[in-house]
Ligand binder design. Structure first.
Ligand code: HEM
Length: 413
């Protein structure tokens, strides 16, 4: 397909179908290139980009196929984002999202008990109370930043509870998570070094918490679960930090950006917002629909471990593939011609791929759904509506898909 003659900072001609370009997400103009890819080249090779050569998998079925063949499409060989590990400039911090079987299975099994339905029931009272306190502290009829006051605050409070993390320091979790999840940093050696420093700070902080719990009776938080598990108790420092960062980033940016999408998205579709306000029984479905529409992680990457074929395209051993969930969740053949719209009563909203699929499917999905559901229920209880008062600032990156700020004003309906 044709490339146009404009140039990037790296003097590479702009390839309009290189969907890794950060400006597509910063300016919210990613929809059109993905539409084109889905229609004309659903398994598409980009020979040159800021992340090197990669395949884009942009429709629903082939993504499910890639996810269902973890021995052929490895999470471990090249990691889970388009950004490659750079020898000599990065320190390997293995995390189980980026491990293959059997290590992945064992480590995932260790943290899974924190996310069972009975744990969710146990935590829901606490989540509801904290959500209520935050909503009751918000001004009505006065502008504020929804991302900071609601999305970030709710998600960091939740993580602080999950880790039994010192309450007054909880914003450190947001700080570390923002650094860890920003794949744009790959482009600057100086920022990579800074990121590394922050990751070690994070590691040292958690090491201290770990030391405080090591000889104590087990408690129902993630650190204690890791200490008392066979699969995770013998991890070295890097693996320990890696897995903690995974849980922090996994639970932070994603849920946060779904909460911001609730505010921004329903403001774009006021008729749907009215439908939800009049029919609060639609909340559970609306939560799935908002997660689908936002898709807080735009892609996950796999690396082929052997020569293979994917929907007619020859994939070579070592090739990297981006599974663009953000595009599969707009796949017209699954979600219909109105896939770009929020429909709070969309029948198959639950089929979205925002949590991935298969053995790596998000382990925290239930917790994320619970937090967002409670937020919407507590808003409905108070008959509160979020009115957007200005443009959001968006994350300029092709991995975390979200908002840095969103000015809003609350009103009663
Ligand atoms: C894995 C999305 C919330 C922890 C994943 C994956 C995605 C994802 C796409 C990878 C799936 C794959 O490779 O097939 C999301 C979204 C969330 C969310 C959209 C919110 C709306 C959470 C929460 C936590 C969490 C709240 C924990 C507190 C994890 C972990 C993994 C994971 C530990 C690795 C699972 C594995 O490799 O087996 N998530 N996530 N996530 N997520 Fe989430």
């Amino acid at each position: 397909m044709a490339t146009v003659a404009t140039e990037t900072e790296s003097n590479r001609p702009v390839d309009p179908l290189d969907v890794s370009r950060p400006e597509l997400y910063r300016d919210d103009v990613w929809q059109e290139p993905f539409r084109k890819l889905r229609a004309e080249s659903p398994i598409h090779y980009t020979p040159d980009s800021d992340y090197g050569a990669y395949w884009s998998v942009t429709t629903y079925k082939p993504i499910v196929e890639v996810e269902s063949l973890p021995d052929i499409y490895s999470s471990e060989v090249g990691g889970i984002t388009l950004a490659d590990f750079i020898e000599g400039s990065d320190v390997k911090m293995p995390m189980f999202i980026a491990r293959d079987r059997p290590v992945h299975t064992a480590q995932r099994r260790t943290v899974s008990p924190a996310f069972t339905p009975s744990e969710m029931t146990r935590m829901s009272g606490d989540i509801r109370q904290r959500t209520a306190e935050i909503l009751d502290s918000l001004p009505v009829g006065k502008e504020f930043d929804w991302v900071d006051k609601v999305s970030i605050e709710l998600t960091t409070q939740m993580l602080a509870i999950l880790f039994d993390f010192p309450w007054e320091d909880r914003r450190k979790l947001t700080f570390w998570s923002d650094w860890a999840g920003d794949i744009e940093l790959v482009k600057s050696e100086e920022l990579r070094q800074k990121r590394l420093e922050h990751m070690f700070e994070c590691g040292a902080y958690f090491q201290n918490l770990w030391n405080q719990k090591i000889d104590k009776e087990p408690t129902p938080d993630l650190i204690s679960m890791m200490i008392h598990s066979d699969a995770m108790s013998h991890m070295d420092q890097y693996e320990f930090i890696g897995n903690l960062i995974l849980l922090i980033v996994g639970g932070n940016d994603t849920t946060r950006n779904s909460m911001s999408a609730y505010a921004w998205g329903l403001n774009q579709f006021p008729e749907e917002r009215a439908k939800l306000e009049q029919n609060p029984e639609l909340i559970q479905n609306a939560v799935q629909e908002i997660i689908r529409w936002q898709t807080p992680l735009a892609h996950m990457r796999r690396t082929a471990t052997q020569d293979t074929e994917l929907h007619g395209q020859k994939i070579r051993e070592g090739d990297k593939l981006a599974m663009w969930y953000i595009s599969a969740n707009r796949d017209e053949s699954v979600f219909g011609p109105d896939a770009d719209a929020i429909k709070v009563d969309r029948e198959n909203a639950r089929r979205h791929l925002a949590f991935g699929w298969g053995i790596h499917r998000c382990v925290g999905a239930r917790l994320a759904e619970l937090q967002i559901t409670i937020l919407l229920e507590e808003m409905a209880k108070r008959r509160l509506r979020v009115n957007v008062t200005g443009d959001p600032t968006r994350v300029a990156a092709c991995f975390v898909h979200g908002y840095r700020s969103l000015p809003v004003e609350l009103s009663k309906y």
